[in-house]
Design a protein. Sequence first.
Length: 304
Amino acid sequence: MTKRLLDLGYGLARMSLQAIGIVVLVFFMCRIVPGDAVDRLALEGNLTAAQETRLRAEMGLDRSLPVQFADWAGSALQGDFGVSLRYHRPVSEMLANALPSTLRLAFLSFLVGLAIAVGIAVAAVMTGSRWLAGLVNLVNVWAIALPTFCVGVIAILVFSIWLGWLPVLGGLLMPVMIIGIDNAGQIGKPLFEELREAATSAHVRTARAKGLRPWRIALFHLLPTALPVALAMSGLVLAGLVAGTLTMEILFGLPGLGSLMLNAIHGRDYPVVQAAITVAAVGLVVVNALIDLVHHTIDPRLSR
């Protein structure tokens, strides 16, 4: 019990340090990019030097970086990410409007990817089909070799422009399938290897000797054995899932964090960029920590 509490405390400390490191890195990386929101406004309109100086003072951009960071971090801890320098709207409100779209796309893509990975891996092991085993390898190579952005561009050309089956902007089907197949390729191969090894174990051979149906063997004997591997791989693909989701939002014109960040970067809108990246990165750290905790809980071998 004491060891488990120590492990939990270590995990929470590591998660906190990672989150703090991300916040600090994002803040200062945004500041080292040449130009700011005032420079952007100056390009769009006729601002005098005095007006630019006054705007920087109003936006707090004339203060030292440590002071700016302390003010921003203190407000962010209370859920206040400031006001957009470009749109003059609360950043928290803009994030609240964009986040549901991103979460929906990420959740649907993850479910599709997990369903494809589990489906073809289980089918390949239970049937012994070389064709299905080859399909597992094909999807794995697809995920490694083909960036989601390139696949998205090709999908738009084929299904939207040439065939006219799907809309170019605003549709969920293409981005969900593209990210889902990418995730399936990363999860499916390790899962297939683990299931193939588990299929040779004594309890599975006994179940087959008893005449149990293949679906019962897969559901009650194979999948529980492979669950730790599926969880571990799910944690590893989360970073790619977030990156793919943000990329697909930009490519397919979906109103999520990706589109919000791109517009903010173009406008040098520091508060929006910082808040969007911080929320995405810290959320990723928290979810990874939760997956790691569940993984250790269902697989005691890791604690030993």
